[in-house]
Design a binder for this molecule. Structure first.
Ligand SMILES: C[S@@+](CC[C@H](N)C(=O)[O-])C[C@H]1O[C@@H](n2cnc3c(N)ncnc32)[C@H](O)[C@@H]1O
Length: 456
């Protein structure tokens, strides 16, 4: 039988929260000693076309990356890109997770994004078995899932959309469009309790903004099951794993909610569970490590100097701004200005936060302005004497206007001439040997995370 992900495409995407650099940084802040990410093994379960795994492999050439997925067409596309880019440290394998080989060895970082809530119970159980059997002793695993109770409410609208699709029977390619329109109609004509109409309006608004291909495979998939954090942690514990925390830094740095104190003393997992009730959270990206390891999250400040800090903000003459986001920081606080200027200069590479910079770093970490990495990812100091674009960047830009970068985001290069220039940067020529137009653009290309950097 043809597989859903071969019949209808799923959008390729990158997830910085699954990067070993992020997992190791959070592990370090939590008191663990995660394996060095520049010499590690990484497994991605449900890697689809490798769009998340290949940029990691390009940034960390001495580490080994393995991806498995059941969608053969996606694995073929990804394998073609591996071949064209010449990456030798990554392999994508078309495989049912049920058949994952016992002799695959250990992995220091294992991720499964967009998988857990969309597969049957026996595949979920197999995922924990694979993690338990193959995670190295100090390794970290990432699992994302739809969170309850918010996910249960989403299931109500999903059930309605599936009922309507079962009757309307649109062609496969139009399913999400029809479901979308149906929900909008329902929101308009719904009666009964006011809360019901409000919910349908809210959901139809959310669904209307959803990418149609994502909607097709997420809300309209055969399985779409929310889990509470406590349920997931209980399943992880059966395989000897404990909850480490969430993979988004803004979750790591948030302060305890004092309103929850009235519910009595709580473990970390219990307080996180209460927060889902308060915040109506519908998706979790949770990290796990071996149960025997000692965690000491509250002392994270003592370990900030063991990880690398980076910030993508840019100075626009008036304020520090996110390149593609709404964030603007204008401040005359000298220490904050000095720290931000240092990170802007270092970008796309990263630097240490010194103890005397900690007070300035604190609000920036909590606001998500500073990203923490376990490794600089790009060598500092600019494009270097023999500028070289990442082989993956060159392979992607040879056929596309978008590419993944070494710092795990997407760069858009619409200009043909720019793309040709970047593709020609194979490290064989010195800056002096490059045409002057290209030499003048090197710094821009480096800042976009496309070049390997000075000491590479
Ligand atoms: C929602 S997609 C997520 C893809 C990617 N991780 C992402 O988040 O963009 C679910 C993926 O799980 C894969 N998958 C489902 N069941 C599987 C199984 N039993 N073994 C391996 N992969 C499976 C599908 O092929 C698909 O690529």
């Amino acid at each position: 039988m043809a597989f859903a992900y071969d019949l209808h495409i799923y959008p390729s995407a990158l997830f910085p929260q699954t990067h070993p650099s992020r997992m190791a940084a959070i592990g370090t802040l939590s008191g663990l000693t995660p394996p060095p990410i520049d010499n590690c093994r990484v497994l991605e379960i449900a890697c689809y076309d490798g769009s998340n795994l290949l940029p990691m492999a390009a940034a960390l050439p001495a580490s080994e990356f393995v991806g498995v997925d059941l969608a053969s067409s996606a694995i073929e596309r990804g394998t073609d890109l591996v071949r064209r880019s010449g990456l030798t440290n990554v392999s994508l394998q078309c495989m049912d997770l049920m058949d994952f080989p016992a002799d695959a060895g250990t992995f220091d970082y294992i991720s499964a994004h967009g998988f857990y809530s969309w597969v049957p119970d026996f595949v979920r159980a197999r995922m924990w078995e694979v993690i338990d059997r193959h995670l190295s002793p100090n390794g970290i695993a990432y699992v994302s899932y739809n969170a309850s109770p918010a996910g249960h409410l989403r299931n109500a609208t999903r059930e309605m959309m599936l009922f309507h699709l079962g009757r309307a029977r649109p062609p496969l390619a139009e399913m999400s469009l029809v479901a979308n329109g149906f929900l909008a109609d329902m929101a308009e004509i719904a009666g009964g309790e006011a809360v019901w109409k409000s919910w349908l309006e809210f959901e139809s608004g959310r669904i209307a903004h959803r990418d149609l291909d994502v909607l097709h495979h997420d809300e309209l998939a055969g399985v779409f099951r929310p889990f509470s954090l406590t349920e997931v942690c209980a399943d992880a514990a059966k395989g000897g794993l404990q909850y480490l925390g969430e993979s988004r830094l803004r979750h790591f740095f948030r302060s305890p909610n004092p309103d929850l104190e009235k519910f009595g003393p709580q473990t970390f997992v219990e307080s996180e569970q209460y927060r889902d009730y308060v915040e109506f959270r519908s998706f979790r990206e949770s990290l796990f490590c071996r149960a025997g390891l000692e965690l000491s999250r509250p002392q994270w400040e003592e370990r900030v100097e063991d990880v690398w800090a980076a910030s993508s903000v840019q100075w626009d003459g008036d304020a520090f701004c996110e390149p593609h986001g709404p964030l603007r920081i204008s401040t005359d606080h000298p220490e904050i200005l000095s720290l931000l200027n240092k990170l802007v200069d270092l970008w796309p590479s990263a630097g240490r936060i010194e103890p005397h910079e900690m007070a300035a770093a604190d609000p920036l970490l909590k606001a998500g302005v500073i990203d923490l990495r376990a490794h600089p990812l790009v060598a500092p100091g600019g494009p270097g004497p023999r500028p070289k674009a990442s082989p993956l960047v060159r392979a992607q830009l040879a056929v596309n206007t978008e590419t993944s970068t070494l710092v795990h985001n997407i760069a858009r290069i619409p200009d043909d001439e720019d793309r040709q220039m970047i593709c020609s940067l194979d490290g064989s020529r010195t800056v002096e040997q490059l045409p002057s137009g290209l030499a003048a653009r090197l710094s821009d290309f480096y800042k976009m995370g496309l070049l390997l950097g000075a000491s590479a």
